[in-house]
Ligand binder design. Structure first.
Ligand code: PLP
Length: 459
């Protein structure tokens, strides 16, 4: 099918959305006075049309005006079993009557750690926290304590959350220096220059990065990397192996940030998929089954700065303080355990999600090719990120295209109008409970949205 030029008055997509969101518009007016953009998780720009959720079940969300959407936001990734899966609801109901948080030892935390140690190649010890951001922050500090060195190497464009070290040369930074020898720059105002100076920024899949690691081996505590960069697809297989060899040779810890890939790319995450075992790995999202969570898993050697000596006086002086009031709370541990156990016992879920996303990508790409749309859905397994770019993406720098990002924002408005809730400037996910019918609606949503964006002069 090819797109026929349709002579008609361009629609104002934002106004069309406003018209079907009267109750949301009222809440938005209140939100703008007390919240930020206008909610914590976006949308990033401040549009007039923001849908406020009333309820969510399975693959669908319903807004306060009764509009239903196929949800491909999936809460930015944790909801691998969809919204309010019976396993999750049942675990919450059973657990919450036993108390919500103790800050006293409890078995659900032990059970969850046992399961992760069984599942994850690098995991001999696990510590829990409350977000992916906390997990990468702790992992970097553990690495510094373990090696006695201060610097952390990361990859330009790699996202590791929002603490100071993570927001150096991450997705939002304006790249600086040559592509194969990038300089470290703060993503945002507010990041101390002292922290920027402690980060060595590398280039994915480039031998120069390995040389740079060797050159700085006496200062580097760790190299952190997403085994699959979540915003673009770069073939990492050979590179991760070489990274493992070089870090071992140089006495530097290798950290895989598996906050997205963990238990999502497959049950064993990126390290199982690529057959490369890091010293530590960070987790979040899926392992909480929808409740706030983070974790660092690692070898006994790497986790030494946390592991008790049995002597309280020594521990007090030498071990790192990683406590958090809600860390490893029984509710999250019980729910997370149930979800991971379900994934372990139902491995076909991974095939189902990949097949569905592959079909969406294939049909959308075919449509784009036939009709001259420069949209790519880039990702692996059950996730993808839509980018308006015609050339193959080989570097995160290719994606720093503000015009493309703004088109992506506009695409969200059209997708929502067509009943697909796509997140602003973010990865999209399918879950175990998305169906072929959902995929049909998602594909049709992309097609209609692109046609209308062209008619309305956006493309
Ligand atoms: C790879 C990666 N690391 C860390 C984080 C931060 O996790 P959180 O949002 O739970 O702080 C994210 C979040 O998207 C992520 O994708």
């Amino acid at each position: 099918m090819s797109v026929q030029p349709i002579a008609q008055t361009p629609r104002d997509i934002e106004q069309l959305n406003v018209d079907r969101l009267p109750k949301s518009v009222q809440i938005l007016d209140r939100a703008k006075k007390v919240l930020l953009s206008p909610t914590v998780t976006g949308p990033f720009r401040a549009p007039k049309a923001v849908a406020f959720v009333e309820e969510a079940r399975g693959s669908r969300v319903v807004d306060v005006d009764g509009n239903e959407y196929v949800d491909i936001t999936m809460a930015y990734g944790p909801l691998i079993l969809g919204h309010s899966h019976p396993i999750v609801v049942d675990a919450i109901q059973k657990s919450c009557t036993n108390g919500l948080v103790y800050c006293i030892a409890h078995e659900p935390e032990v059970r969850m750690a046992e399961l992760m140690v069984d599942a994850v190649a690098c995991a001999e010890r696990v510590m829990f926290c409350n977000s992916g951001t906390e997990a990468t922050l702790h992992a970097m500090r553990i690495a510094r304590a373990c090696t006695g060195k201060d610097k952390i190497a990361k990859f330009e464009g790699g996202y590791h959350g929002v603490h100071d070290y993570a927001l150096v040369s991450s997705v939002l930074a304006i790249p600086a220096g040559p592509a194969d020898d990038p300089s470290s720059v703060a993503d945002n105002p507010g990041i101390p220059q002292g922290t920027v100076d402690q980060v060595l920024t590398l280039t994915y899949d480039n031998p120069a990065s390995l040389d740079k690691i060797r050159e700085h081996k006496d200062e580097l505590a760790a190299v952190i990397i997403e085994p699959v960069p979540s915003s673009y697809l770069i073939e990492m297989r050979g590179f991760l192996e070489r990274l493992r060899e070089v870090t071992t040779e140089c006495g530097i810890l290798l950290i895989f940030d598996e906050v997205i890939s963990g238990f999502r790319l497959g049950y064993g995450g990126g390290q199982d998929y690529f057959g490369v075992t890091p010293d530590m790995a960070t987790y979040g999202k899926v392992i909480g089954g929808g409740l706030p969570v983070g974790a660092v898993a690692g070898t006994v050697d790497a986790m030494q700065p946390l592991i008790t000596t049995g002597d309280p006086l020594v521990d007090l002086q030498e071990k790192l303080l990683t406590v958090g009031t809600f860390s490893g709370n029984p509710l999250t541990m019980t729910v997370g355990y149930k979800v991971l156990e379900y994934l372990r016992d139902n491995p076909r879920i991974y095939d189902h999600m990949s097949t569905l996303m592959d079909r969406i990508k294939h049909e959308v790409h075919e449509f784009c090719e036939t009709n001259g749309f420069a949209l790519q859905l880039i990702g692996l397994g059950s996730w993808a990120i839509p980018h308006f770019i015609s050339e193959p993406v080989t570097s995160p720098r290719d994606l720093r295209n503000l015009e493309g990002l703004m088109k992506q924002e506009v695409l969200c408005q059209y997708m929502r109008y067509h009943g697909v809730y796509m997140p602003d400037l973010h990865t999209v996910f399918v879950s175990a409970v998305h169906t072929d019918e959902d995929a049909d609606l998602i594909i049709e949503g992309f097609k209609q949205s692109l046609i209308e964006m062209r008619e309305d002069g956006y493309l």
